[in-house]
Design a protein around this ligand. Structure first.
Ligand SMILES: Nc1nc2c(ncn2[C@@H]2O[C@H](COP(=O)(O)OP(=O)(O)O)[C@@H](O)[C@H]2O)c(=O)[nH]1
Ligand SMILES: [Mg+2]
Length: 322
């Protein structure tokens, strides 16, 4: 990681008034608990893609929050689940390494769902973590207050959690308390990153993710899980203030390709329109988007393709792809 002299000085100046804290916080939990929704809420920016389908997040997503009191680097992680493919095993590694690296661990639980085996497994995992742990009971907008109290009592047993905070990542309820609880547990230190920096991922990864989000929105059953997006080409046309993006949507079988393309190309066209609208807002310029659906048999087991996807997501110093 490169440190920039001038930026470092600016950060110090801004933070001189109060004690500054710096550290990392991991968002951990089962698929669909609301980790990515919370990350976006805390950053007040849509960084991680969100969907009602489980296993939407496949990589560790880094989001940076800078306030006068300091800087938190968040790790949003893939949900902890039973891995069926090589890809899913890599997803679990991403979650576990975030768990080990963090200064504070936040376990998110969907409070609207009954406690199950998966939740018991999460608690076992928490028992192996040495860092301060917070429990965030999410989706309280869907839960009656009378149901919340027994849940809090249940999770208090064992004394694993330093705080139990009911939240709604969707409405923002409880978000300030979460930040207070995290900052209180971070070591003192100077922020490492430019306060303007939101993430360390290359822009083309964030773009591929947003395209994938539209695929998730517009497909059902096994198709979302069998899909990956790769940006093949990215051409800036400065004269027209336009960017041309050519991306491939990978599927595993011809049948899935047929579904994704749709009758007369209607579905991929509709995905393309939704993605272009979103990307124009995100990149703040006109976007020309071309999507190409490609069959890559068993790509979720294919080390070469997984490595390529991993490379795309790789953390840089932010901004452009290297
Ligand atoms: N009602 C409600 N829905 C939520 C809340 N947080 C997340 N969701 C929804 O739950 C689903 C999964 O959210 P996501 O952030 O992708 O979960 P993740 O897999 O843990 O990252 C999405 O449909 C979200 O809109 C919440 O606080 N309240
Ligand atoms: Mg997620």
């Amino acid at each position: 990681m490169v440190e920039d002299e001038e930026e470092g000085a600016a950060v110090e100046g801004a933070a001189a008034a109060t004690t500054s804290r710096y550290g990392t916080a991991a968002l951990i939990g089962r698929p669909n608990a609301g980790k990515s929704t919370l990350l976006n809420r805390l950053l007040a920016e849509k960084l991680a893609i969100v969907s009602e389908k489980p296993q939407t997040t496949r990589n560790r997503i880094v989001g940076i929050l800078t306030e006068p009191r300091g800087q938190v680097v968040f790790f949003d992680t893939p949900g902890i689940h039973r891995p069926l493919h090589r890809m899913n095993r890599l997803m679990l590694q991403e979650a576990e390494s975030a768990l080990q690296a963090a200064d504070v661990v936040c376990l998110l639980v969907d409070a609207a769902e009954p406690f199950g085996k998966g939740d018991a497994h999460m608690l076992e995992l928490m028992d192996r973590v040495k860092t301060p742990r917070l429990l965030l009971l999410n989706k309280i907008d869907l839960v009656k207050k009378s149901r919340l109290l027994p849940l809090i009592a249940q999770y208090s047993e064992g004394g694993r959690f330093e705080e139990i905070i009911p939240i709604s990542a969707s409405t923002g309820d409880g978000a300030e308390r979460v930040l207070d609880a995290i900052f209180a547990r971070l070591p003192e230190g100077q922020p490492l990153y430019d306060p303007e920096l939101l993430t360390l991922h290359p822009e083309r990864f964030l773009v591929a993710e947003r395209i994938r989000e539209k695929v998730l929105e517009q497909t059902q059953q096994e198709v979302p899980f069998a899909t990956a997006v790769l940006v093949d080409r990215w051409e800036e046309d400065a004269a027209k203030d336009l960017v041309r993006i050519y991306a491939s949507i990978l599927v595993e079988r011809e049948g899935q390709k047929k579904i994704l393309v749709g009758a007369g190309g209607s579905r991929v066209k509709s995905i393309g329109i939704a993605a272009r609208t979103d990307l124009e807002e995100f990149l703040e310029k006109k976007v020309h988007l071309e999507l190409h659906v490609r069959v890559e048999e068993r790509w979720r087991e294919n080390a070469r393709i997984l490595a390529e996807l991993e490379r795309e997501a790789r953390l840089g110093s932010g901004g452009e792809a290297e």
